[in-house]
Write a protein that binds this ligand. Structure first.
Ligand SMILES: [Zn+2]
Length: 320
């Protein structure tokens, strides 16, 4: 299987796309209710659609909710091998917003994780899953965490990493085996969990890679936020990139079933330039080009429907 096209717009040959069913992560026999019918074409499977912070087209899979547990998911979705190809070719297009995101994520790390990490930060290890061009890792280095590693499937993002962090980034799909037994004190992943086909496996992998007493910090969309209630399937949360969509409840349950002590699950505020917020909103995004640059660049903090979760790997394994 290969992607076709130019450097900037690889697309999947639409006759080759394979869809697979998804299942509720919690219920052996889920009771599925249709939230929204599928709104996409096979031609939507191109590298641009799988690039972070692209212009939204509002394409999404069929969206189901399990009435037993409340978990929301896309179904059916593109199979993993093809998905990995798309992320491998996805484009680096978020240089303007990256410093703002880095600031938000750094604050979460400092306020919500570091207080739980015992000992000198200099001797601690940090892994970021889905690190993009390493914008967050650069900030983590400034906290004097000397041993930082990122893993990122997109070749374009990797190539856009700065000289400060490029050597710390592994350009590949996340797999436990890549780390050859290395353990980390902190593992972070921002807006990745709702993109992975098997979040249970991802959390099991995180558990394996954490040192006892180590912490995971996750951020993802909140499927129960005000913006989803207001904009329904016009919100960017229902998107070709998203497979499982979490709420505070379902994210907390996922973590505790994976064996983490759930320290905190809550919503957080993002600060981005006004122009970015407007571009993310389907109704007004076309008007952004008419705004003067001074207005577009005003930083604006908004609780936009994102949640974070902190989990701790128990120091001792529980035997039952
Ligand atoms: Zn369920």
């Amino acid at each position: 299987m290969e992607l076709q096209g130019t450097d900037t717009n690889y697309s999947m040959n639409s006759t080759d796309i394979t869809f697979v069913e998804t299942k509720c992560l919690f219920c052996a026999e889920s009771s599925d209710k249709l939230l929204y019918p599928m709104k996409l074409e096979k031609t939507d499977f191109n590298a641009y659609a799988f690039s972070a912070r692209r212009k939204r087209k509002r394409e999404h899979y069929r969206i189901l909710v399990c009435e037993k547990c409340g978990l929301v998911r896309s179904d059916p979705v593109i199979e993993k091998e093809q998905l990995d190809l798309l992320y491998g070719e996805s484009q680096f297009i978020y240089s303007e917003e990256a410093p703002f995101a880095a600031e938000t994520y750094l604050q979460l790390l400092q306020e919500k994780v570091i207080p739980y990490i015992e000992g000198d930060l200099k001797n601690k290890t940090l892994l970021e899953i889905g690190c993009g061009n390493g914008f967050f890792l650069e900030n983590a280095l400034e906290l004097e965490i000397n041993d930082v590693t990122g893993i990122e499937p997109s070749r374009s993002c990797y190539e856009n990493a700065s000289g400060k962090v490029k050597k710390n980034i592994i350009n590949d799909v996340f797999r436990v085996e890549t780390f050859q037994g290395k353990k980390f004190d902190m593992i972070c992943s921002f807006h990745v969990l709702d993109h992975v086909p098997d979040p249970k496996q991802t959390l099991a992998d995180v558990m394996e890679l954490l040192s006892p007493g180590g912490c995971v910090l996750l951020a993802c969309h909140d499927v129960e936020s005000w913006s989803v209630k207001l904009m329904k399937d016009h919100t960017p949360i229902f998107d070709i990139e998203h497979i499982y969509l979490f709420s505070k409840n379902t994210l907390s349950r996922l973590m505790s079933e994976a064996g983490f002590e759930v320290v905190e699950v809550s919503s957080y505020t993002n600060t981005y330039p006004l122009g970015y917020w407007l571009r993310m909103m389907p109704v007004v995004s076309g008007l952004v080009q008419f705004l003067p640059k001074s207005l577009k660049n005003i930083p604006l903090p908004v609780k936009a429907g994102n949640i974070y979760a902190v989990g701790k790997k128990p120091c001792r394994r529980k035997y039952s």
